[in-house]
Design a protein around this ligand. Structure first.
Ligand code: PHB
Length: 386
């Protein structure tokens, strides 16, 4: 208790040095090792790409990036965020996964540090600090639209396979709400451990239940394993349709999945195949810099950096948290994913959700968009506002 009060007091003293300084520091707390190492790498690569392309000076101030690895452990994220604020005097934080974003939120709130959430896909995260702004996505944003599409296209009986943590719960919950409202039936919901998952027994169980459709959520970094085990169990030849949020056809894994995911339909906010000039440029530059195909996680980092740069341009380099938040709220711009904006009420991202089908293009699998739902808000926040 005493230690908690002390750290809060320290945070209040050290934070918000205001507009006078000539260097602006951005501290990213990302999972560079552990279960979520793939998304952490993707965000940091994209942030660095943004800085290479746009320079490290904004509104006459030098931008300094500090990257810390939370090891995919939320307690580490909290400690690192505190150190970044108290010792390094960062002006901005970048938050990563849902558990780490949750644990860092009190630091952002008490020290008044504008924090861009770059990975988390869970609705509640942005409510945990008034200085949180999200450039990633929510699972609900994609899963409700996926359910509506599935109903419209003849799905009646679904088995869900969900990674067993908050984003999986949310994907499953919003999908089930929409799917049952549309007259569909969820036969069973299977939860797979987040760390080192073996999907095989769950896929076998799903197969045995004989649904017409399998709704799956696995986080970035696990789509390749899911695809391999899906094919090993013969599910790609079973006639059961596989659907899900964009995570299950992650562009980082897709090139290695061969034929196994062909025909899979997902509702996602980003595909490397998005046919805009800006995205073609982005995919080429990201590929050249990293050797990987740009994916849905990377744009959260890239756009997060844009949001910080654009806000600083608007404030003339003033880093006061309330001034920065006022600049960020309602901001809209073109992302590699398409048009996006920050909802001024919720500080959450508003973006298009696309229905995509995996197809071979020039000898490699891509998630090819064929239908667009424009300007989608987080449905759970919209529901609670009513
Ligand atoms: C999250 O931390 O909320 C998260 C991470 C990876 C995903 C989806 C959600 O693919």
């Amino acid at each position: 208790m005493a230690a908690g009060c002390l750290s809060v007091a320290l945070l209040a003293l050290t934070a918000g040095s205001g507009a006078a300084q000539s260097t602006i520091k951005i501290g990213l707390v990302m999972p560079l090792t552990g279960t979520l190492a793939a998304p952490g790498r993707e965000v940091v690569d994209a942030v660095k790409l943004y800085m290479t392309q746009h320079g490290d000076t904004v509104a006459g101030k030098k931008i300094q990036l500090i990257v810390r690895d939370d090891g995919s452990v939320p307690d580490n994220a909290k400690r690192l965020a505190q150190e970044l604020v108290v010792n390094d005097h960062v002006d901005f934080l970048g938050a990563g996964s849902t558990p780490s974003s949750m644990s860092m939120a009190p630091i952002s709130a008490q020290a008044k540090i504008p924090t861009v959430v770059m990975i988390s896909g869970t609705s509640v995260v942005t409510a945990r600090s008034p200085y949180y702004v999200r450039t990633s996505f929510t699972l609900g944003q994609q899963s409700g639209i996926m359910a509506d599409w599935a109903i419209k296209n003849g799905s009646k009986k679904v088995v869900s396979i969900l990674s067993d943590w908050a984003p999986g719960d949310e994907a499953g919950k919003v999908f089930a709400q929409h799917f049952t409202k549309g007259g569909g039936q969820i036969l069973e919901t299977l939860k797979v451990p987040l760390a080192n998952p073996d999907f095989s027994p769950f896929l076998q169980r799903a197969h045995d239940l004989a649904p017409d459709t399998l709704f799956a959520f696995v986080p970035a970094g696990q789509a390749g394993t899911l695809a391999r085990q899906f094919a090993e169990r013969g599910l790609n030849k079973s006639g059961i349709k596989l659907i899900g949020p964009g995570d299950i056809v992650d562009d980082d894994d897709l090139p290695g999945t061969g034929n196994t995911l062909l025909g899979v339909v997902t509702a996602g906010f980003y595909s490397a195949a998005h046919p805009s000039a800006l995205n073609k440029e982005y995919v080429a530059a990201y590929g050249k810099a990293t050797g990987h195909r740009a994916n849905f996680i990377s744009v959260g980092g890239y756009d997060g950096m844009h949001l910080i740069y654009a806000a600083l341009q608007k404030t003339g380099g003033n880093t006061n948290a309330d001034a920065v938040l006022a600049a960020m709220k309602g901001m809209s711009w073109e992302s590699p994913r398409g048009p996006i904006s920050i909802d001024p009420r919720t500080r959450d991202i508003v973006q298009n959700v696309y229905i995509r089908k995996v197809q071979m293009v020039n000898g490699a699998p891509w998630a090819v968009e064929f239908e667009t739902f424009p300007d989608v808000k987080d449905p759970l926040k919209e529901a609670s506002a009513k």
